[in-house]
Design a protein around this ligand. Structure first.
Ligand SMILES: Cc1cc2nc3c(=O)[nH]c(=O)nc-3n(C[C@H](O)[C@H](O)[C@H](O)COP(=O)(O)OP(=O)(O)OC[C@H]3O[C@@H](n4cnc5c(N)ncnc54)[C@H](O)[C@@H]3O)c2cc1C
Length: 392
């Protein structure tokens, strides 16, 4: 027996699922949002979250439309005004600047818990969404008239459309029998925050090194957040180093660019995968966010892709006319609109990861020459900047 019926049930209130719920305000659709975990409150004296995102200008615009962007505390955000990317021969370098792209900044750095808290605050204050939390899914049945979800607390929900926003190892995707290719990079993304001796000047640095890809991302003041993708065994060695040695190792890997480093948030690590579902939709079901694609973090684009999914799906649903919102033809518009960008990001991140993971001298020469050449070709560089920033 069904307890409640909705037009759309979104499973997962992470960054992407919450943003879709907010984007559907004013669409005339009734929305359920189901989340397994109660997000912990952000303590006022919280240190810097080591989980941070480089939010592209197009994602920032989307969050502004959701009335979330203006609520983010400016003192906890940093702007990326320039990027410097280095190859693994010690000299190849590719530079981007906001100035070249005609922008005030290339991206903003925002902490995960600050962004999550702002989205949840907006959901509670302004959206009229029915929240089921904490509640996880226990069973899913997709029928012709609706999709039926049983929750682990015994509640039964029916919806015309189920949206899977439940992350890379999506329960919904699995129970809807959508196959996904899962390529395990056998790498961990090591994240940590440091105080720096020298000012970063709003520059994000990235080194394609023989042992993995290291990024220094600017935080406010003389602070940075790092993401270092390393083979699992090397990452585990790094994670077990005494603090002083960890600081020295990270400073040395970054060619001493920002002087001495001092750890301000302990290191954490995330396993890295490429997850490619065979499709993004089926009747009465759509995948968004990491449930629809997980990519290597070397381009810092995972959540940006997810926000674009939410924006496009909300627009498709808003333009549904007389159609049922779980209608396959309508959902196909969403899949068509997203497929190309997702595929391109999967190819770029997976390709770069593979290219810099090879020790052969010819490949080493080719990748470093490619970086240097791209740096000199202004038109190509501008196109790359545009792609990296999303459609503004
Ligand atoms: C090291 C690292 C660095 C990164 N850096 C960047 C970056 O700089 N920029 C960027 O754009 N991206 C970055 N990413 C990618 C980004 O973290 C992800 O793309 C993003 O967090 C995905 O958000 P999501 O909402 O789709 O999924 P998730 O954040 O995984 O949220 C899923 C939600 O669903 C809930 N859930 C799961 N199962 C159920 C269930 N059965 N029932 C109910 N609820 C459920 C979970 O509790 C969770 O709240 C990085 C990733 C890594 C690993």
């Amino acid at each position: 027996m069904t307890d409640q019926t909705f037009d759309v049930a979104i499973v997962g209130a992470g960054l992407v699922g919450s943003s879709l719920a907010l984007a559907l305000r004013g669409s005339g659709l009734s929305i359920a949002l189901i989340e397994a975990r109660v997000p912990p409150p952000v303590p006022p004296d919280a240190g810097w979250d080591q989980r941070i995102y480089a939010i592209s200008p197009s994602s920032a615009n989307f969050l502004a439309q959701l009335d979330v962007w203006a609520d983010l505390p400016a003192e906890r955000m940093a702007r990326i005004e320039a990027m410097a990317i280095y190859g693994d021969d010690g000299s190849a370098r590719l530079d981007f600047s906001a100035y070249e792209a005609g922008l005030a900044q290339l991206a903003h750095i925002v902490e995960n818990r600050v962004l999550q808290a702002a989205l949840w605050h907006a959901l509670k204050m302004q959206s009229g969404v029915t929240l089921f939390c904490p509640a996880a899914c226990a069973a899913l049945r997709i029928a012709q008239d609706a999709a039926y979800l049983s929750l682990d607390d015994g509640k039964q929900i029916a919806a015309k459309l189920i949206v899977a926003a439940d992350g890379a190892h999506s329960w919904v995707r699995e129970h809807a029998a959508i196959e996904a290719r899962d390529k395990d990079y056998r790498q961990l993304g090591v994240v940590a925050n440091f105080a720096t001796e020298l000012a970063h000047g709003g520059t994000a640095y990235q080194w394609f090194r023989p042992d993995g890809v290291l990024a220094y991302l600017p935080l406010p003041g003389n602070r940075i957040s790092i993401v270092w993708s390393l083979q699992q065994d090397m990452a585990n060695v790094l994670l077990q180093l005494p603090v002083i040695e960890l600081c020295e190792r990270v400073a040395e890997a970054g060619a001493g660019r920002l002087g001495k480093l001092e750890l301000i948030t302990p290191a954490a690590a995330f396993p890295l995968h490429l997850i490619e579902p065979e499709r993004l939709i089926k009747p009465r079901l759509a995948l968004i966010g990491d449930a629809a694609h997980q990519v290597h973090p070397l381009a810092g684009q995972g959540v940006n892709l997810g926000f674009a999914d939410a924006r496009v799906l909300a627009a498709v649903l808003a333009g549904r006319g007389a159609r049922d919102c779980g209608d396959s033809l309508l959902l196909r518009r969403y899949e068509r609109a997203r497929r190309e960008e997702i595929l391109a990001m999967q190819l770029v991140t997976d390709g770069l990861q593979a290219l810099f993971n090879q020790a052969q001298p010819v490949l080493r020469w080719a990748r470093n020459t490619g970086l240097g050449l791209t740096n000199r070709l202004t038109g190509v560089k501008r196109q790359l900047i545009k792609q990296a920033l999303g459609r503004i």
